[in-house]
Design a protein around this ligand. Structure first.
Ligand code: DQA
Length: 143
């Protein structure tokens, strides 16, 4: 089964972001990690990244229309994009929010997620393993 994995703004530049927060993996390495974790859980991951809100909304519409499960790291959009929240709400297959860091342990503006309320659940703080844990959870949700 296919899973759409959406990564939001600035995640493509993990190589130059604060490694004490986001770890040492580059974005291509993160994508490879996600693909391999998906395969171990019986999924084929379609992994995408965009810095653009409209593009992410379009991908969520695609998932809604094709009833595809979604794992999404909305990055900074997590904290204020009602448009992404409304698009995520259209997805009737499971949708899991993930974060590399633990936003609740960081600056106050990161304590709010406008996405969590329309996700099946949120996993954050485990680095790339947040995605592996989400894939395991997705497998259980689907079976
Ligand atoms: C993030 C956390 C967000 O607060 C931040 O804006 C990001 C990445 C994470 O994966 O830890 O860009 O979503």
């Amino acid at each position: 089964m296919k899973v759409l994995v959406i990564n939001g703004p600035n995640l493509s530049r993990l190589d130059i972001r604060d490694s004490s927060i986001y770890g040492d993996m580059s974005y291509p390495q993160l994508e490879a990690h996600i693909r391999s974790a998906a395969e171990s859980n019986g999924f084929i991951a379609d992994v995408r990244q965009s810095d653009d809100e409209a593009t992410i909304i379009g991908w969520l519409h695609e998932a809604a229309d094709s009833n595809t499960p979604v794992i999404i790291n909305p990055a900074a959009f997590t904290h204020y994009s009602y448009a992404i929240r409304d698009a995520a709400e259209l997805v009737k297959a499971p949708l899991i929010e993930v974060h590399l860091s633990n936003p609740l342990a960081r600056e106050e503006f990161r304590h709010t997620s406008v996405i969590s309320g329309v996700a099946n659940g949120t996993i954050g703080g485990f680095g790339p393993n947040s995605y592996s844990l989400a894939l395991t959870a997705l497998k259980t949700l689907i079976s």
